[in-house]
Design a protein around this ligand. Structure first.
Ligand code: ADP
Length: 346
């Protein structure tokens, strides 16, 4: 095979690829590979470029054993880590020494790695969140069967705590199932027409007992005219229930829900409705704002647990709003409290 033909084949491959022959030097590289590894590769020893020991070992054994190999190559351009899967195939009959070379291709698998890391973190978080109430339940069962067996007062107290812990586990499982359902439907746009003003009024009505119990004044500020949008009524109820419940739990003594419409909203580049859920609480430190919708992210874990929070509410909200092709904004400081704004296209 002529060098031109080899170069032509290499250039046609969409991944970064290089050829290393038995002299352990590069004999060809496509332009994607030179962008990644640097120019003037041909003629250089591979170890001056691919220095990582596992990659070097894979190249040597591919050349020596003449069998396929794989390895991982980690690179960092100063800003971010990238993981490449390096795959090596032996090609007989090309190259200067002994005729034969290793074709080495690098594919960027960072996204796949990141996704599996996220999956591992999620499983670890769920296990931890379930284990905490479960440990409490097991402890109380042991006490009730042992030292507190005949203590009626302790039994009542412990059963109440056990009920709270079981409810916590139940809420967590409920939120996990919700999150799963919402995520699986995220690509299907809701079609049902609903009047958001009337919908908000009924959501707020069902939250009145929660607000009353917390001594919070709940106000709805909306227009008389129907505000029609395409939406999933149950999911939108979940969005505004979660936001209003949070405002009640973490805010001050006033929560306002305000509905406005715009002919053209820059946030969604279309006619849209905006729903602002504001409270007069102490606000959220700006460092937390970018991570607030991550699963299990809480500003104050102890306070969230005390309030019966699962840390999944805003993650569920985010996915539902995505499904409606909407946006959510958070503004917060000690002077104004917190304002969550949901923008939904009409
Ligand atoms: P949780 O179940 O903990 O309430 P969420 O996902 O609903 O979980 O909210 C994440 C965190 O965001 C909460 O734990 C709380 O720290 C913070 N947060 C949410 N809403 C407000 C608010 N209105 N005021 C202050 N902090 C809030």
């Amino acid at each position: 095979m002529t060098q031109d033909l080899i170069d032509g084949f290499m250039e046609a491959i969409p991944l970064p690829v290089v050829l290393v022959d038995q002299s352990e030097r590069f004999i060809a590289a496509n332009s994607t590979a030179t962008t990644l590894l640097g120019g003037n590769l041909v003629g250089r020893h591979f170890a001056t470029v691919l220095r990582q020991p596992n990659v070097a070992t894979a190249i040597e054994s591919c050349l020596h054993e003449r069998t396929p190999k794989t390895a991982r190559h980690l690179s960092n351009d100063g800003a971010q880590d990238t993981t490449f899967e390096v795959s090596l195939r032996y090609i007989a009959g090309i190259g200067a020494v002994n005729g034969g070379a290793a074709l080495i291709s690098l594919s960027d698998i960072s996204e796949r790695e990141q996704a599996s890391q996220m999956r591992r973190d999620f499983v670890a978080n769920v296990s931890h969140e379930l284990r905490t109430p479960l440990t409490a339940l097991m402890g109380f069962i042991e006490t009730l069967r042992g030292p507190a067996r005949d203590d009626a007062g302790a039994r009542e107290r412990f059963l109440k705590i056990m009920q709270d812990e079981a409810n916590r586990m139940n809420r967590l499982v409920g939120d996990l199932l919700s999150l799963n359902r919402v995520e699986s439907e995220e690509r299907v746009r809701p079609r049902e027409q609903l009047d958001l003003g009337a919908h908000l009024a009924s959501t707020l009505k069902s939250l009145e007992p929660v607000a009353d119990a917390a001594d919070v004044r709940l106000t709805l500020d909306t227009t008389e005219q129907p505000t029609l949008i395409a939406g999933d009524p149950d999911q939108l109820q979940q969005v505004f229930t979660n936001l209003v419940e949070n405002a009640i739990k973490y805010g001050g003594d006033q929560v306002t829900v305000k509905l406005t419409t715009r002919d053209r909203d820059p946030a969604v580049r279309a006619a849209a409705v905006r729903v602002e859920v504001s409270d007069n609480g102490a606000g959220i430190d700006p460092v937390h704002l970018p991570r607030l919708t991550e699963r299990f992210y809480r500003v104050d874990t102890h306070r969230s647990r005390e309030q019966g929070g699962t840390g999944l509410g805003l993650a569920i909200v985010k996915h539902i709003i995505n499904r409606h092709r909407g946006r959510m904004r958070v503004e917060s400081n000690a002077a104004i409290g917190t304002i969550f704004t949901v923008i939904l296209p009409q």
